[in-house]
Design a protein around this ligand. Structure first.
Ligand code: S6P
Ligand code: ZN
Length: 201
C-alpha cells in the first residue's frame, strides 16, 4: 500500500480524515461495573458515551502498525470511574505503546497468572504494555482522557477473558481521590490457582 498521513487533534483526540470511530456507551458494558443498579440508572437516564476510539484503518497483518486514539470521558458508575472494557491481544505475543495527550488516568494491567499492575497516564507519559498483559484504561480526572496507541497489525483483540472474569482490582473514588479496591466479583484463572499451567482463550 502507499504511505499516508493523518491529522490528530491533541485536545479532542479526533483523527481525520478517514478514521473509523468506535463509540462505547454504558449499555455496551453491562456487567463490567460493580454497581448494577447505578449501571441501569445511567442507561435509563440517557445512556452516556463512556469512550470513543478513532482508529486509522490499516491491514490487520504482520508488518503493519495499527494506530488510534482513545478518548475516555469523565464520569462514574456509582463510585467506579469510567473505563474501557479492557482486553488481551488475541495474539498474546504482541505488545502496545500508549502516549498520554490530555487528562489523567490509570492503566490497569493484568497477566494470565492474575498479577496486576497499575501505571498512571497523563500528557507526555509513555506506557509500555509488554506482550501477555491485558489492559484497561480508567479516567480518574475531570476532563476527557486522551491517549494515542500503536500496536502490531496482527494483534487482534480478545475481550472474552475479561468479560468473563474481570480485573482483580477496581478503581473507585474515596474521599475525592482514586483508590484501588479488590474486585469482589473477580474470578481467578482456575488452572493457575490449581497450579495446572496455562489455559487457552
Ligand atoms: C487497542 C488499544 C486501545 C483500546 C481502546 C479501547 O489494542 O489497547 O486502542 O482498544 O482504548 O479499549 P477496549 O478495551 O474497548 O478495546
Ligand atoms: Zn490493546
Amino acid at each position: 500500500m502507499d504511505p499516508f498521513s493523518s491529522r490528530l487533534d491533541f485536545v479532542t483526540g479526533e483523527i481525520s480524515p478517514n478514521s473509523h470511530v468506535v463509540t462505547r456507551r454504558i449499555s455496551d458494558m453491562e456487567g463490567m461495573y460493580l454497581n448494577r443498579e447505578a449501571t441501569q440508572r445511567l442507561i435509563r437516564e440517557g445512556n452516556p458515551v463512556v469512550y470513543k476510539v478513532y482508529n486509522v484503518p490499516v491491514p490487520e497483518e504482520y508488518g503493519h502498525l495499527q494506530h488510534c486514539t482513545s478518548v475516555v470521558f469523565p464520569g462514574k458508575v456509582g463510585d467506579e470511574y469510567f473505563m474501557t472494557k479492557g482486553h488481551f491481544h488475541a495474539r498474546r505475543n504482541t505488545g502496545e505503546i500508549y502516549l498520554g495527550l490530555q487528562g489523567e488516568g490509570w492503566i490497569l494491567l493484568q497477566d494470565e497468572a492474575d498479577t496486576i499492575k497499575v501505571l498512571p497516564i497523563k500528557p507526555g507519559v509513555i506506557v509500555y504494555i509488554p506482550p501477555g498483559w491485558a489492559h484497561r484504561t480508567v479516567n480518574t480526572g475531570k476532563v476527557p482522557l486522551v491517549f494515542f496507541a500503536v500496536y502490531p497489525g496482527e494483534a487482534g483483540h480478545d475481550y472474552g477473558v475479561i468479560e468473563k472474569k474481570g480485573f482483580a482490582q477496581l478503581v473507585v473514588e474515596r474521599n475525592g481521590v482514586p483508590v484501588l479496591i479488590p474486585n469482589p466479583n473477580y474470578r481467578r484463572t482456575e488452572s493457575y490457582k490449581e497450579g495446572k499451567g496455562r489455559t487457552r482463550g
